[in-house]
Ligand binder design. Sequence first.
Ligand SMILES: Cc1cc2nc3c(=O)[nH]c(=O)nc-3n(C[C@H](O)[C@H](O)[C@H](O)COP(=O)(O)OP(=O)(O)OC[C@H]3O[C@@H](n4cnc5c(N)ncnc54)[C@H](O)[C@@H]3O)c2cc1C
Length: 339
Amino acid sequence: MNNVFVYCEIEEGQIADVSLELLTKGRSLADDLKCNLEAVVIGADLKGIEKQIIPFGVDTLWIADDKSLYPYTTLPHTSIIVKLFEEEKPQIALMGATSIGRDLGPRVSSALHSGLTADCTSLIIGDHEDKKNKKEYKDLLYQIRPAFGGNIVATIINPDCRPQMATVREGVMKKEIRSEAYKGKVKNIEVEKYVKPEDFIVKVIERHMEASKVNIKNAGIVVAGGYGVGSKENFDKLYELADVIGAEVGASRAAVDAGYASHERQIGQTGVTVRPKLYIACGISGQIQHTAGMEESSMVIAINTDKNAPINNFADYIITGDIADVIPKMIKHYKLNTK
Ligand SMILES: Cc1cc2nc3c(=O)[nH]c(=O)nc-3n(C[C@H](O)[C@H](O)[C@H](O)COP(=O)(O)OP(=O)(O)OC[C@H]3O[C@@H](n4cnc5c(N)ncnc54)[C@H](O)[C@@H]3O)c2cc1C
């Protein structure tokens, strides 16, 4: 049975958000392909982990639970995934474009002689006609991502080798539980049959984890600044507004490239995808690569000197004006109303 597989990352007993997002995407791909969704989790002390995974619509969950498997090291995880994929022959395999996925994905794809497209921004099922060789392919995975320095959006297919592998960054796909009552089965992997003693040549002696200080992905309100903000100093006004209304600060790529904000704040096709209750776009023109990362916001306020800026097409409220005038007024207004 050629199913869709998702490798689930785990950190201190919790499945990573990116893996849950991939399970959601994997479920919809499996629905399109009329096949099952399977997930793999590798680690230690995984009792009860299925409760976090199966509700996402997982039909089979493979668990490799052994104290030697946490924290992640490259070789044992690769051995387990490669052998499992050799046995189960998935048609699609998805991993997070995290430091783990970027390490594991290429090793697995190289061992299986399959292809891998990194940092996909969209994954859909489609057909392909190879006119030269007069061949038709049905139900391929379209692996869509920016290419050539971000100047084009490429659709990459892998007609011949399996699995079709892709990595996706956190926040790009939506996370959605299929049903709390979803019925999936658990299969335990006999770890000793999948790993070799030499897989454990690398030992993690000490780990130091530093949580990201920026959490725009889960913010209820985002104040996002674009190139129109004009300078890093002017961005401080956005931080002040964000502080007053309990928001996070995001940025367009042009603002990040200009050094007004750090890359982790970039919203859009090659940044983070956000779905806040309120998105305040300040000096952002609204190019498609930006709106791809914010168009599902519940409410949008656009502040722009150009009344015809494309961002206005996404806005519930349009303020035509200079942010240097508008933002201080907003700060004053909200300060007055929150006293
Ligand atoms: C493959 C690819 C991937 C990309 N990925 C992303 C991505 O992830 N995120 C992203 O954002 N972009 C991305 N881009 C870039 C994108 O195409 C745009 O170039 C970028 O979004 C423009 O940023 P901006 O709106 O801040 O700047 P601009 O397009 O320069 O717009 C500035 C806006 O500010 C307004 N303005 C100027 N002065 C003021 C003022 N004083 N007050 C109020 N308004 C003012 C202007 O009228 C204008 O509308 C990508 C491009 C490619 C090709």
